[in-house]
Ligand binder design. Sequence first.
Ligand SMILES: *Cc1c(COP(=O)(O)O)cnc(C)c1O
Length: 420
Amino acid sequence: MPMSPAFKKRLSLILPKIVTTFGTPFHIYDETGICDNCDFLNTTFSPVEGFKEYFAVKALPNPSIMAVLREKGFGFDCSSVPELSLARRTGATGEDIMFTSNNTSLDQFRQAMDHGGSILNLDDISLISKLPRVPELISFRYNPGPERSGNHIIGNPVEAKYGVSHNQIHKAYETAIQMGVKRFGIHTMLASNELNHTYMIDTADMLLEIITELYKKFAVCFEFINIGGGLGIPYTPKDHPFDLTAMARGIIGSLERFRAKNRWTPRLYMESGRYITGPHGVLVTRVINHKHIYRDYVGVDASMSALMRPGLYGAYHHVHVHGKESLPASGPVDVVGALCENNDKFAVQRLLPKTCEGDILVIHDTGAHGHSMGFNYNGHLRPKELMLKKDGSVALIRRAETMADYFATLNFEPRIMPVP
Ligand SMILES: *Cc1c(COP(=O)(O)O)cnc(C)c1O
């Protein structure tokens, strides 16, 4: 079931008023739903001592949302300097922040280690000797290669550019030990939007096996295993929700067996993005045109600049027409934006009730990897973001981009390198 039903109910009551107040298009996020979900996650994993979620900032990099998550005790997983800066602006410092970057530059490492620091998740064995200084705590991102299958979005681990390979992982930690690193963690991120909880349990087991080997070989205990993000959400009406309780039960069992064998356990860290905020955001857009050629098109006032996933991955996002939920579907339509890109479609051959110009369309599950993935191709500007607050008020938490933003990078001191 896409979009949380409670959010849909809360939103539907006041949607016309929000539309007249702020104008379309916009993403709107449900503070109540996000808070309840954070509580559910924390409660479900509370039997695991030291459990911590590091929210993947790229999913929803909005300071107002991040402040809510921080209040729930979450840390942040960042992969760029601006993301680090966002995390630090919420007050997070040091080990509340993971820096999980790929193809990282020296300057990025400096930024990650200075200004209060962060936990470094090194993406390659070669990076340890490039760090500006030896950190106290190191984690490597592990890529198991052919030992595991990935999934559609993130790809087969063998072809994925991420992580340290199976053959290198022992050497990576050996090098770190020789360099004087004292504290250790291990990280992996294999799947994306995975609805099968056993996959995540297998991932935890895989990391526990590796750290058992490393413990035997080098006599080092690991402070944490970080199983990454990738927990899925039901985008289509046929999808079942991810069974977080079963996942927790499985991992708790694995950790207990680990403790029985080794007499210590690592903490469990996770860095979900989509699962935390995905179902608690929607894109609201208005119908502005209809077109009937070889197919029937419903043109809306949002475009790919607001939501890339359908165009980029062929992803399904459920759509409902506000106030017409109980009307029968008419023929299939493509719901399209205004870009000169034929994949600028929010829905393809979708059965929707007959729409009129001015109707409000709600595109579900845009609370993660929605606004943040938007781009400016074709001069299309990104829309505003709103938050439906717990008290029922609605706050603007990011304004829409303007022409001035679009032209901002053309405002510079002229520079010319003369003919050499
Ligand atoms: C994108 C990403 C995540 C979050 O993925 P979700 O599918 O949103 O859970 C977590 N960790 C890393 C390293 C990522 O790149």
